[in-house]
Write a protein that binds this ligand. Structure first.
Ligand code: FES
Length: 118
C-alpha cells in the first residue's frame, strides 16, 4: 500500500471513531425529566420535536441535549393536525408518545428520581 492509501485508511478510521463516539450503536435510556405532563397549545400544521431522551432543558421539546450528551437517541418529530391544547409526556415512559397516557402515575415513575433512567 502506498502512503496515500495509508493516509486514506487513517482518515477513514478517524471518521468511523468520530461517528461511533457521537452516534453510539447502543442508545442510552431515556431519563425522567418530570413526573407530570406539560400542557401545550399545538398549532395546526406546525412541526414539533418532542424530547425522547429526557435531558432537554426545554421540556417537553428537544433542545439538542440528546446529541451533545451522545445518547444515540433522537427527538420525535410530529406535525399537529389541529390547533388544540394537549398534555405532552415528560416522564418519557408513555406508550403513546408524545402524549401523556397516565404512565407517570405508576409506582416505578413516582419512585424514580428525576434524571434517572426510565
Ligand atoms: S408524563 Fe409521561 S405518561 Fe404522563
Amino acid at each position: 500500500m502506498d502512503l496515500r492509501g495509508a493516509g486514506m485508511l487513517v482518515q477513514r478510521r478517524h471518521i468511523f471513531s468520530w461517528l461511533a463516539r457521537w452516534f453510539p450503536k447502543t442508545p442510552a435510556k431515556p431519563v425522567v425529566a418530570q413526573k407530570i405532563p406539560i400542557k401545550v397549545e399545538l398549532v395546526a400544521g406546525k412541526t414539533y420535536r418532542w424530547c425522547v431522551c429526557g435531558r432537554s432543558k426545554k421540556q417537553p421539546f428537544c433542545d439538542g441535549s440528546h446529541f451533545f450528551q451522545r445518547t444515540g437517541l433522537f427527538p420525535l418529530k410530529f406535525k399537529a393536525q389541529e390547533t388544540r391544547t394537549v398534555a405532552l409526556c415528560t416522564c418519557k415512559a408513555t406508550k403513546k408518545p408524545p402524549y401523556c397516557d397516565g404512565t407517570h402515575r405508576s409506582e416505578p415513575i413516582q419512585k424514580a428520581e428525576v434524571g434517572s433512567p426510565v
